[in-house]
Ligand binder design. Structure first.
Ligand code: GTP
Ligand code: MG
Length: 232
């Protein structure tokens, strides 16, 4: 995939800040420090998202507009041209951030998914996200959501409670989603195969192994993104 352009567009703390220009929006959801922002940079092929070795870096919904070419050809046989947003959201499960950070995740994420849902026939979905000390739940209005979701988990930590809760919540969105297991470079080849199987067992579905470090799995992830971006 050739990325023709990838740029930061805006940071949104609430629904009013979310662009609604009709481009597909693909949101990255996952634990704090799992590597969401790093994955956005790896996909974009440039450093557009801020990353940190310390959890809790991303505090707002950050939207990046991407224009990429390649993958599936269009109807005329020309290389496919894909325009969409990647949405970097604050992570959950950052215990040291305490209630405030967890509340921020719930707030920003709830606002985000509320904003990209339509207004007709509103249904709602509730998510409860916990870490060792806190529970936080958020109810978001859901109808005709315009978005797809990448749930990012750490290949080394299959089946964390917070990830299972996030998976269940994402299922209520009734939008296309893909589970991605990242940081595979931190595992040996044999441990990696075992870990991916275990993540799939715990997540109860297929999981795409990737590494932002080595680039493993990024081509496959692009294929999924193209499918998600054209599935509205
Ligand atoms: P929050 O913004 O706190 O929610 O975190 P995040 O999910 O955006 O994580 P971020 O991308 O900031 O990455 C956290 C740390 O993990 C950084 O030190 C990254 O360099 C590292 N990291 C991310 N992806 C990978 C990967 O595929 N392999 C390795 N080895 N390190 C990675
Ligand atoms: Mg981040």
């Amino acid at each position: 995939m050739k990325v023709l352009n990838a740029e930061f567009v805006t940071s949104a703390a609430d629904a009013r800040g979310i662009p609604r220009d009709g481009l597909p929006q693909i949101a990255l959801v996952g634990r704090s420090n799992v590597g969401k922002s790093t994955l956005i940079n790896a996909l974009a092929g440039r450093k557009i998202a801020q990353t940190s070795a310390k959890p809790g870096k991303t505090r707002l919904a950050n939207l990046y507009r991407v224009h990429a070419q390649g993958g599936r050809p269009d109807a005329s046989g020309a290389p496919g041209s894909w325009r969409f947003y990647l949405v970097d959201l604050p992570g959950y499960g950052y215990a040291r951030g305490g209630k405030e950070a967890l509340g921020e995740f719930a707030h920003v994420t709830g606002e985000y998914f509320g904003a990209v849902s339509g207004v007709e026939g509103v249904e709602s979905g509730t998510v409860t996200l916990s870490d060792s000390d806190h529970d936080e739940s958020v109810t978001v209005p859901l109808s005709k959501p315009l978005t797809a979701v990448l749930l990012i988990v750490d290949a080394r930590h299959p089946g964390l409670e917070a990830d299972l809760a996030a998976r269940d919540w994402i299922a209520t969105l009734a939008r296309p989603h893909v589970v991605v297991a990242t940081k595979t470079d931190k595992l040996s080849r044999s441990a990696r195969a075992r870990a991916v199987r275990e993540v799939e067992r715990r997540m109860n579905g297929p999981v795409l192994p990737v590494s932002a470090e080595t680039g493993e799995g990024l081509d496959e992830l692009w294929t999924h993104i193209v499918t998600l971006a054209s599935s509205r």
